[in-house]
Write a protein that binds this ligand. Sequence first.
Ligand code: SF4
Length: 348
Amino acid sequence: MTNILDLNLAELKQWMKSNSESEFRAKQVSDWIYKGIWKFENMNNIPQATREKLQSNFYIGIPELVEEYTSKINDTRKYLFALNDGNLIECVVMKYKHGNSICISTQVGCRMGCKFCASTIGGLIRNLTTGEMLSQIMKAQHLIGERISNVVLMGSGEPFDNFENVIKFLDIVNSENGLNIGQRHITISTCGIVEKIKEFADMDMQTTLAISLHAATDEIRMRSMPIANKYSIAEIIDACKYYINKTNRRITFEYALVADLNDTTRDAEKLSVLLEGMLCHVNLIPVNEIKENELKRASNDAISRFKDVLEANNIQTTIRREMGLDINAACGQLRRSYIKGNKVNEGV
Ligand code: SF4
């Protein structure tokens, strides 16, 4: 059985054609699905015989809700979903004045090994399919009863480690036959896989690219991000410049501030030199402390001193709002604590 959400409209049309059905049925089926009708039997403008054919070839892969947490501090909601094969993934919905934003996962687990991240503790279990990424948005919209207008690929997983499925996802999420969310309302975050940054640049999409940099020197980056052993900061910055030249889009650099590691004004000065003259923006993230590592959140003073240095060097800087600290909102924390608390094997 195939998850029908893994198919784009052209592929569904092709399926209809090769199954002796009219191609226009593909658009009708797709309209139902994206309107929230997730049973073929309820698609009442589709002939019974076609519905039966669909039923025996496809399933509509909407995940099951396992747990839901709403932050008492703000209206952030975190969902733990079970996929068709029982694997667990999580996503976070954040409410802003300008609309609802969702942070979705792109893999079950992650193999990148960043020390500050709970998603990677059990390694990579598997890639998510295109449909499994789309369905997180669809299910979340259904649960909150409102449209989601911004998507961030910054949950569990490294999006560029699942490149093909992510690109197909971007296409469907953006399509008016899909979720119809503008490319400019989508942010894709990578820990810095250089070849893929360049490949993505060549696609000339209007999506925002965010780089998880988290250090201004290779030596410090290597301490928390094993990917730094493969790609130097210089190579990443080169790839970013290539991206900016190709797309004329501003890059966001994510920088998680960790006490006694990368939060001094000297680090801020080094970062300023690195980013000098680039079309970019720095997003400072007070690191989430997780039980499995010994990283400590930088103090508020250190965070604002860091910001001051960057701004004095004409680098646009923001401090990320801390969302849902009371609900383990950082990536991978909820899945991890659920697996532990319920003694579920990882990778079920
Ligand atoms: S921060 Fe992102 S890339 Fe790094 S381990 Fe976590 S999910 Fe993977």
